[in-house]
Design a protein around this ligand. Structure first.
Ligand code: AMP
Length: 144
């Protein structure tokens, strides 16, 4: 199972990006409306400046209080996020996410953003694959 197969199974939806100058309050609205846990930060939707997740916002709320909602994304985002390529294996991506303790990974090609995979996408794809393998093996054993 490769990253591009996971992207295909997710369909066409564009990656949700915000500009580094956006306010944390605006991003919180986007995360709630789109029911997602993180956004890619980019000026042009191609070159990645960073990533901002709900965890960053919750941590800042706990440390600094509601004033952090008026900060700019640029001040809170994680710079140089770990990225993957569409030819990387799902197992490799899962390991990097687990080791790094993050749940989002941008997919890049020639230095430009082409998609995003979450730990949920990877687990779902692996479970589907395992279930198909199980059915195929059962079919072979039963002689179907
Ligand atoms: P997450 O589990 O993805 O919600 O993020 C947990 C923490 O890791 C937050 O501080 C994120 O900004 C950061 N983070 C999320 N994705 C990545 C990534 N691909 N590379 C590096 N850091 C990340």
């Amino acid at each position: 199972m490769l990253v591009h197969q996971i992207l295909n199974s997710k369909g066409e939806g564009a990656v949700i990006c915000v500009k580094p100058s956006a306010l944390i309050s605006e991003v919180s609205q986007i995360l709630a409306e789109k029911r997602i846990g993180g956004v890619i930060v980019s000026k042009d939707g191609k070159k990645i400046a960073g990533i901002l997740s709900e965890r960053d916002i919750v941590r800042s709320l706990a440390l600094r209080g509601a004033d952090c909602l008026l900060e700019k994304v640029d001040e809170m985002m994680t710079r140089n996020p770990v990225c993957c390529a569409k030819g990387d294996s799902a197992d490799d991506v899962l390991k990097r996410m687990t080791d790094g303790r993050f749940r989002h990974m941008p997919v890049v090609e020639k230095g430009e953003l082409i998609g995003i995979v979450t730990i949920g996408d990877v687990v779902k794809a692996r479970l589907t694959e395992l279930s198909m393998e199980k059915e195929a093996l059962e079919g072979m054993i039963m002689g179907h």
